[in-house]
Design a protein around this ligand. Structure first.
Ligand code: XMP
Length: 508
């Protein structure tokens, strides 16, 4: 049986990062709510438990706690930030608000390399601190194994009971040797053997799909995004000839994208069906300017088109989805809530009966999905793709969506992406927006009154917050010149320098 680390969630923003770090160390990890019962833990039979951080104070009445019996199970525990305070407080220590200063940011720390947690490490380390409470009295049997200028108990242990805690965040890059600390916990404290790797996983996922589907037929809504593309590649390898992919082209894709998706997937071991539904979507969107209304219409049309297409395949009995682990975590892990909303719809398809849902990527993080995609030989263009919203350019055209505006945006966006590549500017998501603002310009002897295109490039790891990318002025200059010269209907180009919050990534 594969070794597992259970991460107990107490509301910290880095829980997924912790889970990914553990997996990067070749140990499988899952995230569970902090109030999990000892019995549930026993059933999982983990080799170790990690307690996440969180925004609360352990001594507040309503702060999240865990069953104290968890610390008596003989399973190694590593508390992180709030998790450490919770551990100390639960086994008899005292936690209080920092009397002098809260500690925030990169901080110098002295660690004790005699502890298994810091084995082989230099005593002088840097860590990311972010806390207003600290452990002021150690529980019995515990000793301090790291300190900073303002925090005597920056890390604690009771080696005999295999209980460890760090006040700082080893999972973030600002703690340069954080992964080493996590690795020490996994391999030196928990006895990990490193049995999690994505090559074996691919084989296992394929075997699982074969077992689940047998000689049945599977329907997948393929959008050309990373998740559904990797899902298609995996399924076509697992059950060649039994996969039917419906690609609904709503006409709001990026320039040439519909044709590219068709080229990439037709002729493979799957039945590829492209539905050209641009006219239908445009008719439904006629006169609509409200962003949420647009999303709803696109979602509803998508379901109708997909359902109509599915009905032409009566022998299909499974629905596949590119659900990934963050989708599962966000929906609280409940199966009912995890129907992935391909186009922001509440689920699909509503009135079709399936024997089961096939979700081979359900346990994987995005970066793992990309690795599996690469292993499967999927083109880099698909594996490394930036996220693209389900409603497509529908959320990037302000005001009414018309064929003319779609074409303008597709062409401007194409140039922007081309120049980003040429100038080697790195961004996690970047695109052009067609604003609803027109402005006066002059071309030759003529006055013009054309659209303003906004360019947006952001740096983010979770898409919940972002910073704008500092695209060099020289590159911006080239982009602007090319867009106004080459795209008819554009008279002005602006660059968006707003972060999230307060702005969102998309404009509408
Ligand atoms: P916002 O604009 O909310 O975007 O900051 C965060 C991330 O979500 C994507 N996004 C969407 N994806 N349907 C989607 O499938 C949508 O309606 C939608 N709106 C935003 C956005 O591209 C970014 O990656």
């Amino acid at each position: 049986m594969q070794q597992t680390i259970v991460i107990l969630d107490f509301g910290g923003q880095y829980k997924e990062l912790i889970a990914r770090r553990v997996r990067e160390c070749h140990v499988f990890s899952i995230i569970k709510p902090g109030d999990i019962t000892p019995e549930e833990i026993r059933q999982i039979d983990p080799i170790g438990i990690i307690l996440t951080g969180g925004p609360n104070s352990v001594y507040d009445e309503h702060s999240p706690h865990c069953d104290k019996a968890i610390f008596e199970m003989g399973i190694p525990v590593l508390g992180i930030c709030y998790g450490t305070q919770l551990l100390a407080w639960s086994v008899g220590g005292k936690v209080e608000a920092c009397s002098a200063l809260s500690e925030y940011g990169k901080t110098k720390m002295q660690v004790n390399p005699e502890s298994l947690l810091y084995h082989g490490m230099d005593p002088n380390q840097i860590c990311l601190m972010s806390h207003t409470d600290q452990i002021t009295v150690l529980p019995e049997g515990f000793n301090s194994i790291a300190c900073t200028k303002n925090c005597q108990n920056a890390s604690i242990q009771c080696a005999k009971r295999k209980l460890y805690g760090v006040q700082f965040h080893p999972e973030v890059e600002s703690t340069p040797n954080g992964t080493q600390i996590i690795r020490n916990f996994l391999y030196r404290v928990c006895g990990a053997v490193g049995d999690y790797n994505l090559k074996d996983l691919e084989a296992r996922l394929i075997a699982d799909v074969k077992k689940q589907v047998g000689d049945g037929h599977v329907l997948l809504a393929l959008s050309g995004g990373v998740d559904s593309s990797v899902c298609a590649a995996l399924l076509s390898k697992a059950i060649p000839g039994q996969l039917h992919c419906v690609f609904v082209d709503h006409g709001l894709m990026r320039k040439d994208e519909g044709d590219e998706v068709e080229k990439a997937f037709s002729g493979k071991n799957l039945h590829f069906i492209r539905v050209n539904a641009k006219e239908r979507f445009l008719t439904a969107l006629k006169g609509v300017t409200d962003p949420e209304q647009k999303r709803k219409i696109i979602g509803a049309e998508f379901v109708k088109v997909f359902e109509a297409e599915s009905k032409k395949l009566p022998h299909v009995n499974f629905l596949a989805q590119g659900t990934i682990y963050p989708d599962v975590i966000e929906s609280g892990g409940s199966k009912a809530a995890t129907i992935k909303s391909h186009h922001n719809v509440g689920g699909l398809p509503r009135d079709m009966q399936f024997t089961g849902v096939v979700e081979p990527l359900r346990g994987l993080f995005k970066d793992e999905v990309r690795i599996i995609g690469r292993q499967l030989g999927l083109a880099r263009a698909y594996v490394d793709r930036q996220p693209f919203p389900g409603p497509g350019l529908g959320v990037r055209i302000m005001g009414e969506i018309t064929p003319e505006k779609i074409e303008i945006l597709q062409n401007a966006d194409y140039i922007f992406r081309e120049e980003m590549k040429k100038h080697r500017v790195k961004a996690d998501q970047y695109f052009a927006v067609l604003t609803d603002t027109r402005s006066v310009g002059v071309v030759g002897d003529f006055r013009t009154y054309d659209y303003t295109v906004a360019l947006r490039a952001v740096k983010t790891s979770d898409f919940m917050t972002c910073e704008f990318v500092q695209v060099p002025y020289k590159a911006l200059g080239v982009m602007s010149t090319r867009i106004v010269n080459e795209v008819k209907g554009v008279g002005r180009v602006v660059y968006d320098i707003t972060g999230k919050p307060p702005a969102t990534i998309e404009w509408c």
